[in-house]
Write a new protein. Structure first.
Length: 297
């Protein structure tokens, strides 16, 4: 009998997500009768342990017998099972310094690490939660904007169980004409942020129309070609921007004249230059806000 283990999420702050839900577990057990699924119990998981047990999973604290152990976020070093195969988002392949210890621990414990982010088909990623980061990040940005202004506050996203509930919360709000947003990034995170803004009653306009002082609520999306320029001649080259960001300056797009807050939905390399100097941010703090969405996974 082969065993699939579902690890309890251990990263702090604690994560309520589940890598598989009970219905998916039941389907797997039906289609692959030579497999068992063992679930490590959790008091924080959004789905009760009993629901997994009802689906045919075994509740087990010790997952050392499992052939494959899967989870969502980075696994704390002490939760790594020596000699096991772990599958999770490690956030290490971009050489993230903050997870260097995790990668070293995998080597020390002879853990075979498979990263969700590196599962690809024809060069494209198969799995990514970036869209949800954008959805939730944009919602929290709008909530934070209201708190900052002392004007409104929505229910925190963590207290709402579904994306539809977040959209419903925003849809009930009436926005002022100065509600103008700039989203930077056209990837999964940017798409999620744009979807949440549209659901909240914001209309999308082009960057050109945004420069005409549009009436809100509205938003525009800027790609790298809008905010990155080569230092030598002001041109833009996508491959150069990705591989040699230090050669690129970031002249903030003219849309900053009309925006009230921005949702950054891009990955920033350490070598990349700041969009705005800190002094500029503080000088304009009363006029508009820099409120970031969750970073791409």
């Amino acid at each position: 009998m082969r065993i699939l283990g579902l690890l309890r999420e251990g990263k702090i702050p604690s994560d309520q997500r589940a890598v598989l839900n009970p219905a998916q577990c039941q389907e797997l057990l039906k289609n692959y009768p030579d497999w068992e699924i063992w679930l490590q119990p959790s008091s924080r998981r959004a789905i009760a342990d009993a629901d997994y047990a009802d689906a045919g999973c075994r509740i087990a604290e010790d997952l050392s017998a499992c052939e494959l152990i899967i989870s969502v976020k980075e696994v704390p070093v002490e939760q790594l099972v020596p000699g096991a195969t772990h599958l999770f988002f490690s956030h290490t392949y971009k050489r993230q310094e903050y997870n260097r210890g995790l990668l070293q621990a995998c080597l020390d414990k002879k853990v075979r690490l498979i990263d969700w982010e590196l599962l690809r088909r024809k060069g494209k990623r198969l799995i990514g939660f970036g869209e949800y980061a954008g959805l939730v990040g944009a919602y929290e940005a709008l909530r934070g904007w209201g708190i900052q202004r002392g004007s409104w506050s929505f229910t925190p996203a963590v207290s709402l169980s579904r994306v539809a509930a977040l959209k419903s919360e925003l849809a009930q709000h009436s926005w002022s004409p100065d509600a103008r947003v700039v989203v930077t990034g056209v990837g999964r995170v940017g798409h999620g942020a744009s979807e949440m803004l549209r659901s909240g009653g914001f209309r999308e306009v082009s960057a050109a129309d945004f420069l005409k002082d549009p009436a809100g609520p509205c938003f525009t999306v800027l790609g790298a070609e809008h905010y990155a320029a080569r230092q030598s001649d002001g041109g833009y080259d996508r491959s150069e921007f990705r591989t040699k960001p230090e050669l690129t300056v970031r002249p903030w797009h003219p849309t900053s004249k009309w925006l009230r807050f921005t949702c950054p939905a891009i990955f920033m390399q350490r070598e990349a230059r700041r969009f705005l100097p800190p002094k500029t941010c503080f000088a304009r703090r009363t006029g508009w806000s820099l409120l970031a969405t969750s970073p791409a996974t």
